[in-house]
Design a protein around this ligand. Structure first.
Ligand code: 5RP
Length: 222
C-alpha cells in the first residue's frame, strides 16, 4: 500500500505531462507542490519562468533552480499547478491550509488551465470536513469573526501566523457548505475579508488524483 507522500509524488509527476515547454507556469504551495517542484527540476523540462504563490514556494524554486517571474511581468499563464485541502466532483476546492490562498486565487484566475494535484484522501463528496481559511486584515479580525459566527461558523485565529500579505487567518469550522459558491461570495462580501479558501468561482479544470489503484485524471462531472 502506497503512503500518502508516495501518492502525492505520483500525482506531482503525472502533472509534468501538462507543463508547456518554453512557456510560463504558475506554481502553488504545499507539500504536494514540493514534490512537483522537485520533479520539474529533475525532468529537465525548460520553462521561461514560474509565477510563485508564496515565499515558501519561491524558496523551493530557488533551491531547485527554477527561475521566478512576477505575475505583473507576464501577459498570460497557460498552466497553473497546485494542491488542495479538499476537492469535490465539480473540482471546487477548499484551499489555504498553507495560508497562501490569496496568491493562489490570483494566480488561478490568471491561468488558462488550473491543474489540481492531490492524493485520494483529498477527494470528498461534500466540501467542509476541513476548516475554511479566511484571510482578514489585522484590524478587522474581531469584526469578521463575529460576522462569521452569524453565518453559522466557528472561527479560530491561526496562532502565530501572518500571511505573505501581512494579514491574519481565521480557520472556520461548522459552516454549511451545501451551496459553496454562495458561501464563497457571502464571506468575501464581509468588509475586512481579503479572500477565503473556497475555490468555486474558479474551480480546477483538471484533477490529477493519485489513488491506491492508480493515478486518475478527472474533469468536473455532475
Ligand atoms: C496552501 C494550499 C495547499 O494547496 C493545500 O493546503 C494542500 O497542501 P498539501 O499539498 O500540503 O496537502 O492551499 O495554501
Amino acid at each position: 500500500m502506497a503512503s500518502q507522500d508516495e501518492l502525492k509524488s505520483l500525482a506531482a509527476r503525472k502533472a509534468l505531462e501538462y507543463v508547456q515547454e518554453n512557456e510560463y507556469l504558475g506554481i502553488g504551495t504545499g507539500s504536494t507542490v514540493r514534490f512537483f517542484i522537485e520533479a520539474l527540476a529533475e525532468s529537465g523540462i525548460k520553462i521561461k519562468g514560474a509565477v510563485s504563490t508564496s515565499s515558501q514556494t519561491s524558496e523551493l524554486m530557488k533551491k531547485f533552480g527554477i527561475p521566478e517571474v512576477m505575475l505583473n511581468e507576464v501577459n498570460g499563464l497557460p498552466v497553473y499547478i497546485d494542491g488542495a485541502d479538499e476537492v469535490n466532483h465539480l473540482l471546487q476546492m477548499i484551499k489555504g491550509g498553507g495560508g497562501a490562498l490569496l496568491n493562489e486565487k490570483i494566480v488561478a484566475s490568471a491561468a488558462d488551465q488550473f491543474i489540481c494535484i492531490a492524493d485520494e484522501s483529498k477527494f470528498v463528496s461534500r466540501l467542509g470536513h476541513v476548516p475554511l481559511p479566511v484571510e482578514v486584515t489585522p484590524n478587522a479580525r474581531s469584526l469578521v469573526a463575529r460576522r462569521l459566527l452569524k453565518l453559522g461558523g466557528e472561527p479560530n485565529l491561526r496562532m502565530g501566523f501572518t500571511t505573505d500579505h501581512g494579514n491574519l487567518i481565521l480557520d472556520v469550522t461548522n459552516l454549511n457548505l451545501n451551496e459553496p459558491m454562495k458561501m464563497e461570495n457571502a464571506i468575501n462580501n464581509l468588509p475586512g475579508v481579503v479572500d477565503n479558501g473556497l475555490f468555486t468561482e474558479r474551480p480546477a479544470d483538471l484533477l490529477i488524483l493519485a489513488c491506491q489503484d492508480g493515478v486518475k485524471v478527472l474533469t468536473a462531472h455532475s
